[in-house]
Design a binder for this molecule. Structure first.
Ligand code: NAD
Length: 731
């Protein structure tokens, strides 16, 4: 069976239907390109065919994109010269799409056949690049559909002609949100943005496409006509000049130069805009090859596409029957509880939201109402949807309402005594199979589980704030947590459409364990007299969304101080962070608690807008005369986190490096271009990593000492994905 089939009707209109075998949405693979090419040849050669419709056999979608695994395969197949393999592969694809675009016309644009793309719905990546090569794009009026080119989100760019065609169709300015931000639109918005040409009722999709073909339209692309000029001007046109200078500044401002794909995309657009279309395609292919050869792109694809999806599909789910949650009890209607109630109700679960006072419970529920109101304003939700979502949430103080819950998520104060009392009270009201989860961020799960007489049904489900925005959920197994509890937590996370990682219980679990040393390293540098701007900018140039000092201001300095005190109490003499405490306790003492008090490492105006770094910092910690170079600061910040990740793996807190990588990017924005801590170590190579650790340890202290596992791997020249990656190592 092939993914593409063609039928011709009595009026001479051929319909090529794309229907990937065994998938719910079409995905392009190498054979798919060959099949499509053969059918296009056949249609163009057949005198009885007047024009061609390319559509999909899947209801509600055209195509989800390319099977990204084939990039890895293209590289592998080319043996010693992967760049040539990629370049040849890309040029072959360009030739197929160009054949569609020329539609059999001669070089005077005479003859040929119109080819129209008829999209029943979602069209992403190559699923839009093929339509862009067609002469007209008609989409069904399907508000759920997403149309766009999201490649930049996984570290590549639209390299199958999407960049060259969209720039010429919309101009550099018009194309930039679609190319540079991977913006996705529903069909109506896609038409308003110029991405597609027409939106029609779903049941008229094919008839309208046919009507257009039979109307004998002019179908030569503007860029194939003499005298064509790029909308908004090419780079040397005064208006175009402004656009390109602006785009360059915007990309560098947003990415800090840390993402190779964004830079390469911009180069492909700029250079491509200076030359004829066919040369632009060649330039695009060269830059795309360049990006695909950069280890960053394979690492990003591996973590953000392949492994993220594998984790979401339950790669580490125990083999127990379906644990879909029907009714969830949320204990504590504060900041986290309110968010957990919201995402659960939105996913269709019945929610009981409990707090100590009715007023507090109601306030928690009103968070959902406010969220839905914002959605209605932005036309993302409706009044009916809001009512239905709110109707699923019962806000109460009455534990009896918990009857029938199959999952409880506790988000009360971070106090073991309060949590134990709540646990025991809940267990009096729920059935014997109910799973109890705690959202604690700092307390050991195995200790909290002691409040339950069924510790095998006790687990950690650790959300990040704000719950509705953050895509990662960290699931923590206590010593006695059983497989059903793990499956329950994973099925719940799947229901709320987030990405799970599953880790074992240890201080700060996995994510906070790595974030804290990142912050602490920044604070140590403050105490050493390193310029605060150097510290934060070094992090931003590594691709972190915020530097460590800004991050403490956002999460609050008193929270940092509280965690430091608790850690010190737990670790006693082994506590290693006195230098950090000096800074944080001093700031706390001054009442400079961060953004919330409008004073922290930064000054803020009365509206809470960040101004510059607070100059009192320099008065207390005078600027060192010799400032470290950028790489030294960056390596301190990177290794502080990465070594913690390696230790978490050594100690079996992490069982799967894929979770370590995906979790780091989604939880705290760890340099996404690197693919995560383990991917970064593989990119720089374990021998170099160990050597750098030795140097950093000698210069800055034993926290950088090379972990035994890394030393052993460095000695053997081993990489993390070769050793621990399982199936993922192919990427
Ligand atoms: P919060 O103070 O905003 O909310 C706690 C809520 O629990 C309050 O509304 C309080 O009235 C209620 N509560 C206290 N005792 C109760 C009881 N006996 N019965 C019912 N309700 C009770 O706190 P938060 O920020 O939502 O944090 C809650 C939990 O989530 C903590 O364990 C915290 O460590 C964890 N957490 C917080 C964050 C964060 O960023 N804030 C992130 C991850 C995890």
């Amino acid at each position: 069976m092939t993914d593409f089939t063609m039928k011709t009707d009595a009026d001479g209109v051929a319909t090529i239907t794309w229907d990937t075998v065994g998938k719910s949405m079409n995905v392009m693979n190498q054979q798919g390109f060959l099949d499509l090419d053969a059918l296009i040849d056949q249609a163009l050669a057949d005198d009885a065919i007047k024009g061609v419709i390319i559509t999909s056999g899947k209801e509600g979608s055209f195509a989800g994109g390319m099977d990204l695994n084939i990039i890895a395969k293209m590289k592998e197949a080319a043996g010693d010269n992967p760049a040539k393999g990629l370049m040849d592969g890309l040029m072959a694809t360009h030739a197929i799409l160009r054949k569609i675009e020329r539609g059999g016309m001669d070089d005077k644009n005479k003859g040929g056949k119109p080819i129209v793309a008829a999209l029943p719905g979602t069209a992403l990546g190559i699923g839009l690049e093929i339509p862009l090569a067609c002469h007209r794009i008609i989409a069904a009026d399907n508000p759920k559909a997403k149309i766009g080119l999201p490649e930049i989100m996984v570290g590549i760019f639209p390299g199958m002609g999407g960049t060259a065609r969209l720039t010429r169709k919309l101009g550099a300015m018009g194309a930039s949100p679609f190319l540079l931000e991977g913006k996705l639109s529903d069909p109506k918005k896609a038409m308003a943005g110029g991405l597609i040409d027409e939106v029609v009722p779903a049941d008229e999709l094919l008839s309208k496409a046919k009507e257009w073909i039979l109307s004998e339209p002019k179908f030569v692309k503007p860029w194939d006509e003499k005298g064509y000029k790029i909308p908004g001007g090419a780079p040397y046109h005064p208006a175009g000049f402004m656009t390109f200078v602006g785009a360059s500044a915007m990309v560098n401002g947003k990415t800090q130069g840390a993402f190779p794909a964004a830079k390469a995309l911009l180069s492909a657009v700029y250079e491509g805009a200076l030359v004829p279309f066919d040369t632009a395609l060649k330039i695009e292919a060269r830059w795309f090859t360049n990006v695909l050869m950069n280890p960053s792109s394979s690492a990003m694809i591996r973590s953000l596409f392949i492994n993220k999806e594998a984790l979401e599909k339950g790669a580490n789910r125990p083999q127990v029957p379906d644990q879909t949650v029907k009714k969830v009890g949320v204990m504590g209607a504060g900041m986290m509880g309110a968010g957990i109630a919201l995402v659960s109700a939105m996913a269709g679960m019945e929610v009981v939201l409990i707090d100590q006072k009715q007023e507090a419970a109601d306030k928690g529920k009103s968070y959902t109402a406010d969220y839905m109101d914002k959605g209605i304003k932005r036309k993302k939700a409706t009044e009916e949807k809001k009512e239905a979502t709110l109707a699923r949430i019962t806000a109460t103080t009455d534990y009896a309402a918990l009857e029938g819950c199959d999952l409880i998520i506790e988000a009360v104060f971070e106090d073991p005594g309060v949590k134990a009392e709540v646990t025991q009270n809940v267990l009096k009201h729920v059935g014997p199979d109910c799973i109890f989860a705690t959202n604690t961020s700092t307390l050991p799960i195995s200790e909290l589980a002691k409040a339950s007489d069924k510790p095998e049904q006790f687990i950690g489900i650790h959300f990040f704030s704000p719950v509705e925005k953050m895509m990662l959920v960290e699931i923590i197994k206590g010593e006695k947590t059983g497989p059903v509890a793990v499956a329950k937590a994973l099925d719940y996370v799947r229901q709320i459409r987030k990405t799970p990682i599953v880790v074992n219980d240890a201080r700060f679990f996995y994510c906070n364990r790595c974030i804290i040393p990142y912050i602490n390293e920044g604070l140590r540098m403050v105490a050493e007299g390193v310029a605060p701007a150097l510290i934060d900018n070094a992090a931003r140039q590594l691709g972190f969304p915020v530097g460590p000092l800004q991050l403490v201001d956002e999460t609050s300095i008193d929270l940092g101080a509280k965690i430091a005190r608790a850690t010190k109490a737990a670790m006693g003499d082994a506590y290693p962070d006195a230098a950090v405490d000096e800074v944080i306790f001093w700031m706390e003492g001054l009442g400079r608690l961060g953004r919330k008090s409008k004073a922290g490492f930064f000054d803020y105006d009365e509206n809470g807008k960040r101004l510059g770094y607070w100059d009192g910092l320099e008065a207390q910690y005078p600027r060192a005369e010799a400032q470290p170079d950028l790489t030294e600061v960056q390596h301190r910040l990177m290794f502080a986190q990465v070594l913690e990740a390696v230790r978490a793996l050594e100690e079996n807190v992490l069982e799967d490096i894929r979770e370590g990588d995906v979790g780091a990017i989604l939880a705290w924005g760890f340099a996404p271009w690197s693919g995560g801590p383990f991917s970064w170590l593989d990119i720089i190579g374990t021998p170099y990593a160990a050597e750098r650790c030795d140097q950093l340890a000698a210069a800055h202290g034993p926290r950088f000492a090379t972990p035994a596992l890394l030393r052993e791997m460095a000695d053997e020249g081993d990489s993390f994905y070769a050793r621990f990656g399982g199936e993922a190592k192919a990427a």
